[in-house]
Design a binder for this molecule. Structure first.
Ligand code: PMP
Length: 285
């Protein structure tokens, strides 16, 4: 947790950082967020994160609390004040404070903005990715029809992640009513087929357009690994040569078992390992 948080214009010690009980984020999850990884003190892929944030706000008609320039300064200041070298920055913007009523308030409130940051050990997580990977558990995707918006309304994701944890998995691999994998509860999901082609669901297909997903796709293309964007079923995934997940906190992490069934030989595969090394180089550049 941050020792210093940014809350609506002020940098305050976390213990003194509060939001209003009528904040629509608290009442209705009427807000959006971004999570950005910090490596060597630098915010990774900040511009695509800001693009996605602006898109999420636009889709929900939440006004930006500040322009992008000042926002970059606030984010950098939170990293600096917390002296974070490797970690994770969390940024949340809600529609603001208004008496509880479902429609947008007649008088548009000023949006509320909170930024925190915490330490993460990326070297340990990269080491784990290269040597161990994680177990995953399939869970039905019970979310709404706008998963492209990075909304703070995450209850279905929380339930999926919790069910996965209770089943011994690190992440939930969510699937739709036709048995096709959508994404993880907080990650994008990939497989490598028998020909070595990387496969991941298309972002036009009602999933969150992951920033790590986009960077890993570019890296794969640079490495001349073939990438196909299409839906694949759980059964196909279980028969795949490799599986892995991507997210800002996990980078690329091999999934070595799904529902207790080994993927490939049950260890991190060669394609995932190449991508992890290349993603690490990208973060270190
Ligand atoms: N899908 C979902 C549902 C997520 O919540 C996240 C992380 N916030 C991701 C994918 C991965 O996105 P990113 O690579 O931008 O962290």
């Amino acid at each position: 947790m941050s020792r210093i948080a940014y809350v609506n214009g002020a940098y305050v010690p976390t213990a003194e950082a509060f939001v209003h009980i009528d904040d629509r984020g608290y009442q209705f999850a009427d807000g959006v967020y971004e999570g950005v990884s910090i490596r060597h003190g630098k915010l990774i892929d900040l511009e695509p994160h800001l693009d996605r944030l602006w898109r999420s706000m636009g889709e929900l008609q939440i006004i930006a609390p500040m322009e992008r320039g000042p926002m970059r300064l606030v984010l950098a200041e939170v990293v600096r004040r917390n002296r974070i070298k490797d970690g994770f920055l969390y940024l949340q913007i809600t529609r603001g404070v208004a008496p509880r009523d479902h429609p947008f308030p007649a008088e548009t409130p000023w949006p509320a903005m909170v930024v925190t940051a915490k330490r993460l050990n990326f070297d340990a997580s990269i080491e784990k990715a290269l040597t161990k990977g994680v177990a995953a558990s399939s869970q039905p995707d019970i979310r709404w029809g706008r998963c492209d918006i990075k909304s703070t309304s995450l209850l279905p994701n929380i339930l999926a992640k919790q069910a996965a944890r209770e089943a011994g998995g690190f992440e939930a691999v969510m699937y739709d009513k036709d048995g096709y994998v959508t994404e993880g509860s907080s990650t994008n999901i990939w497989m490598v087929d028998a020909e070595g082609t990387l496969v991941t669901r298309s972002t036009s297909d009602n999933i969150l357009p992951g920033i790590t997903r986009a960077t890993v796709k570019t890296i794969a293309e640079e490495l001349q690994i073939k990438v196909e964007e299409r839906a694949f079923t759980l059964d196909e995934a279980k028969d795949a040569a490799e599986m892995f997940l991507t997210s800002s906190t996990s980078c690329a992490m091999p999934i070595v078992t799904l529902d207790g069934q080994r993927i490939g030989d049950g260890t991190p595969g060669p394609v995932a390992k190449r991508l992890i090394e290349a993603y690490k180089a990208f973060m270190d550049a």
